[in-house]
Design a protein around this ligand. Structure first.
Ligand code: OGA
Ligand code: MN
Length: 235
């Protein structure tokens, strides 16, 4: 499943968020909620019920537990995790209800993939900045967030979307001033990246402690149920 992600290999540290765009979204540059929509980021807190969260976590764990945890090697985008792919039709009724509601928000003209990708991150597990492979899925990258608060950070993709291409030294040197959008993802949030947010920017999930309204929150074990769409067919 490594192929799902193309590494951006870029540090995200030192990017203080200054502007609150919505209660869950901050940026280190001025940005309006309307810009955010055009940019292709949508965030829906409390999208699923506690019961649906439990069902999705239980259904995912029934298969996740058969996988070993992977530590990630030097070139890895993701560390301390395990993951599975499952047909959506094989999830329980309650899980499928939540997923169907999420898939209804996919843009018109897209075809959701019939399989989901569930990813469990240990409390210190993290995902470095990357762009999802453009070879295996289309223009929608969406996630249902379960069990733990987390932060999703978006930064412009300096490496391009070719597999394994490293950023230029000049681009890497600019990282402290690069624009960064930070999205707080409480459990039961649904988020969707399309357009510029999916193709032009990388996304990352750091393992760091989050500060929410001045309060520090530690990341715990987190499961995300990732939903994507089919590659558009050629005309
Ligand atoms: C991925 C990814 C984000 C998340 O699996 O490619 O970016 O919210 N996941 O877990
Ligand atoms: Mn990704």
């Amino acid at each position: 499943m490594h192929a799902l992600r193309c590494s951006m290999r870029r540090a995200l540290h030192g990017q203080a968020a200054k502007f609150t765009v919505t209660p869950l979204v901050e940026a280190n540059f001025p940005l309006s909620p309307l810009d955010l929509r055009k940019f292709g980021l949508q965030v829906y807190p409390e999208f699923i019920s506690l019961e649906e969260e439990e069902a999705l976590a239980k259904d995912s764990r029934a298969h996740l537990y058969k996988q070993p945890y992977e530590a990630g090697h030097w070139d890895a985008v993701i560390m301390d995790y395990r993951e599975i792919q499952r047909p959506i039709s094989q999830m329980s009724g309650l899980s499928q209800e939540a997923i169907t509601r999420a898939l209804k928000l996919f843009p018109a003209g897209t075809t959701p993939l019939p399989t989901l990708h569930a990813l469990e991150l240990k409390p210190h597990g993290k995902i470095l900045a990357h762009v999802d492979s453009i070879k295996f899925s289309g223009g929608v990258v969406a996630g249902l967030c379960l069990l733990s608060h987390a932060c999703l950070q978006l930064t412009p993709d300096v490496g391009g979307v070719e597999e394994g291409r490293a950023p230029s030294a000049a681009a890497a040197a600019q990282h402290t001033t690069a624009p960064c959008i930070s999205i707080h993802l409480p459990p039961r949030t649904f988020y969707m990246l399309t357009g510029e947010a999916r193709y032009g920017w990388g996304h990352a999930v750091p393992s760091d402690t989050l500060t929410v309204n001045g309060e520090e929150i530690n990341r715990d074990t987190r499961i995300s149920v990732m939903l994507r769409d089919e590659l558009p067919s050629l005309p």
